[in-house]
Design a protein around this ligand. Structure first.
Ligand code: ZN
Length: 330
């Protein structure tokens, strides 16, 4: 049976897999993304996955953006050593395979549409909520990539034109409210003590409930990390600031999803990425906010689902992209 070499490149992790025409993974491997010499690490990973196995018929790559599809180059925000890097041609030369490239969140959407939570969806919006927020659209089975390959950057849709300034230079971007680091940042600014609600840190002779605040230099010396994972646990334990942070982030996501539904009649939104593992503390307020924000019937009808593929969605989508590419080329 023929296989595709699927590659998923992010700021923290490189992943590769051999994927068959039904979406099943024959073998896969990951390694951390190095600061420098990323291509050498990727070459080793590809060798690990393909060595001694069946020869793949094509390669599909999902990479963190921004990218330029026409040129086949990438400039991932979290990978400073790659600016205008000719990734598609480098992989093509390395493997000798027909090679196709798309954004990592576009691949996530395509993977969820193929073998995940968005199967049979007419108009799917895939959203990755993590350190940043990315997205991808699949309409009638076809990925919407855009003229330069950057369609679906839903994290930088503004949900408040008077809102806070985003790192991208824009204002009121969804990412500023709902990404993992921004959820934690807002909670800390509003008095959250990481882990206080979810762990039994209050001993009889221990600090009072209002103790354990960050030291003057802003660093909490011990205890749980001040990140979205701890925030989710605290929200589940009823910490009011943690709950409010997720409600605020969910409302921003809901505004974006309702806008996307109005623009292109999205029927299904699948949410993945680390923050989606927060579960009900995210999805509960998200449903409530969509109910409040959405007006028109087809906007209100959008269905929101958590990912079923998790971190494998990007690899599945990269494989699907390459299958479609190799079929259209032959
Ligand atoms: Zn932005």
């Amino acid at each position: 049976m023929n296989h595709i070499l699927a590659i998923d490149i992010g700021g923290t992790k490189l992943a590769a897999a051999l994927v068959d025409a039904s979406g099943s993974v024959l073998r896969s491997a990951t390694r951390p993304t190095p600061r420098q010499q990323v291509m050498a690490a990727l070459g080793g990973l590809i060798e690990e996955v393909t060595g001694g196995g069946p020869e793949p018929v094509a390669a599909g790559i999902g990479c963190a953006g921004p990218l330029d599809l026409a040129a086949g180059t990438v400039s991932p925000v979290n990978m400073p050593s790659w600016r205008g890097f000719p990734l598609r041609d480098e992989v093509r030369e390395l493997t000798g395979l027909p090679t196709v490239l798309a954004g990592d969140a576009q691949c996530m959407a395509l993977g969820e549409h193929w073998v995940g939570a968005g199967q049979h969806s007419r108009a799917l919006l895939g959203i990755v909520v993590s350190t940043g927020i990315g997205g991808g659209l699949v309409i009638d089975g076809t990925p919407v990539l855009g003229p330069t390959g950057n369609a679906g950057h839903v994290g930088h849709m503004s949900v408040d034109p008077y809102g806070e300034r985003c790192e991208c230079g824009g204002r009121g971007c969804v990412e500023r409210y709902a990404s993992g680091p921004n959820l934690a940042r807002w909670a800390l600014e509003n008095g959250w003590t990481p882990g206080l609600a979810s762990s039994n840190r209050r001993r009889p002779d221990g600090p009072s409930p209002d103790g354990g605040a960050p030291s003057p230099d802003g660093v909490t010396p011990a205890g749980p990390a001040a990140d979205a994972r701890t925030l989710a646990r605290d929200a589940a334990a009823g910490d009011p600031v943690a709950v409010a942070a997720f409600e605020r982030g969910a409302r921003a996501l809901a505004g974006m999803i309702a806008s996307m539904a109005a623009a292109v009649e999205v029927t299904t939104a699948v949410i993945g990425g680390g923050v989606s593992q927060a579960g009900p503390v995210l999805f509960g307020p998200l449903e409530a906010a969509l109910d409040d924000i959405g007006g028109l019937g087809f906007v209100r009808a959008v269905e929101v689902r958590p990912t079923t593929l998790g971190v494998r969605a990007g690899l599945a989508g990269a494989a699907r992209l390459a299958w479609d590419y190799s079929r259209s080329a032959s």
